[in-house]
Design a protein around this ligand. Structure first.
Ligand code: NAD
Ligand code: IPM
Ligand code: MN
Length: 342
């Protein structure tokens, strides 16, 4: 009996999470769910974005489904005030979720929903493998009245384990993205990726690309990519760029995975979208597709994962378009369209 912890979070989080749980109940009738406040909602209730109880509940679960956290209510430049994002980062670190998979699979039906030209997107099916527990996100931070710093730090071990994930996921090639012309962490990243490649994965073609060029190539020639592997901050930015190949950030799912045996966290790539929260207009498809990743990677239910992905694809092919995709469908209508195709 799979046990799933659900964390709706803030903004549109609860609006996209509730229908996703409804869909999971259809697909996995014996699954049990345990819901907790997280992020800003947890700050309001407990003064911290993630309580020890919630972390323990996650550790006991088979998988975690997260909506999104954050919003203007908790936005502050005060370094001592709690922030919703601390929950997210704390959870990733505490569960050891070093591998963030962000598949970018633009559906043919949505080619015209992208601001990019159809000819450019055609044939694109790529995976961003983002390192999630290291780099500038987690290095030492300092702040005085007159200056501030964030340290970017990586160990060879951290680079090896994320590169290994990328090589294993590759179908045609791996593109390692760095800033080795400037950053020491990137030069060590590049050397480490190449050493691992020579030792264990020499049959997989490997390219290096500087991150600024990678950002440009993602727009100019996205179908040239298969697996992109990169460090934490670069992966954050590149995946939002890549989202637009699918028409909207509201389409991009993610899986955050640790060592075997740790529960993964599954969440859309987008945030809490405070600008549309409460309007019923949020696109729930990135969260549905994250639930498909939960079924596949978290619970090992391949058939159910494929069923859900096909139901999303079919609904879109039949014309489902939420507002972010240029249509008028509400969250509820999008949910009904996917449920009808399950
Ligand atoms: P955002 O992703 O929340 O929103 C960016 C734009 O995309 C907005 O115009 C929004 O309306 C739109 N959008 C996002 N998701 C959508 C959806 N499902 N359907 C339709 N439109 C959608 O980014 P932001 O505004 O920069 O950040 C808002 C808050 O979310 C911040 O506090 C940020 O820290 C947080 N955030 C959280 C996560 C997370 O929980 N994993 C991820 C990113 C940002
Ligand atoms: C994401 C988000 C988070 C990140 C923020 C909210 C901390 O943007 O999951 O992509 O930067 O990792
Ligand atoms: Mn992001």
């Amino acid at each position: 009996m799979p046990h799933i912890v659900t964390l709706p979070g803030d903004g549109i989080g609860p609006e996209i999470l509730a229908p996703t749980v409804e869909i999971l109940r259809e697909l996995v009738p014996d699954a049990t769910f345990e819901q907790h406040v997280f992020g800003g909602a947890s700050i309001d209730e407990h003064g911290t974005a993630m309580t020890d109880e919630v972390l323990e509940a996650m550790k006991r679960s088979d998988a975690v489904l997260l909506g999104a956290v954050g919003g203007p209510k908790w936005d502050t430049t005060d370094p001592n005030a709690p922030r919703p994002e601390q929950g997210l980062l704390g959870m990733r670190k505490e569960l050891g979720l070093f591998a963030n998979l962000r598949p970018v699979r633009p559906l043919e039906a949505l080619y015209d929903a992208s601001p990019l030209k159809r000819e450019g997107i055609e044939g694109t099916d790529l995976l961003v493998v983002r390192e999630l527990t290291g780099g500038i996100y987690f290095g030492e931070k300092t702040r005085t009245a007159t200056d501030a710093s964030d340290l970017c730090h990586y160990t060879v071990k951290e680079v090896e384990r994320i590169a290994r994930v990328a090589f294993k996921a590759a179908r045609t090639k791996v593109t390692s993205v760095d800033k080795a012309n400037v950053l020491e962490t990137s030069r060590q990243w590049r050397q480490t990726v190449h050493e691992l490649h020579a030792e264990e994965f020499s049959s997989v073609p490997l390219d290096d690309l500087l991150v600024d060029n990678a950002a440009m190539q993602l727009v100019a020639a996205p179908s040239d990519f298969d697996v992109i592997v990169t460090e934490n901050l670069f992966g954050d930015i590149l995946s939002d760029i890549a989202a637009m190949l699918t028409g909207s950030i509201g389409m991009l799912p993610s899986a955050s995975l640790g060592e075997d045996g740790t529960p993964g966290v599954f969440e859309p790539v987008h945030g809490s979208a405070p600008d549309i929260a409460g309007t019923g207009a949020a696109n729930p498809l990135a969260t549905f597709l994250s639930a498909a990743l939960l079924l596949r990677h978290g619970l090992g239910l391949q058939d159910e994962a494929r069923t859900l992905e096909s139901a999303v694809d079919q609904a879109l092919t039949q014309g489902l378009r939420t507002r972010d995709l240029g249509g008028t469908a509400s969250t509820a209508e999008a949910t009904a369209a996917v449920l009808a195709n399950l």
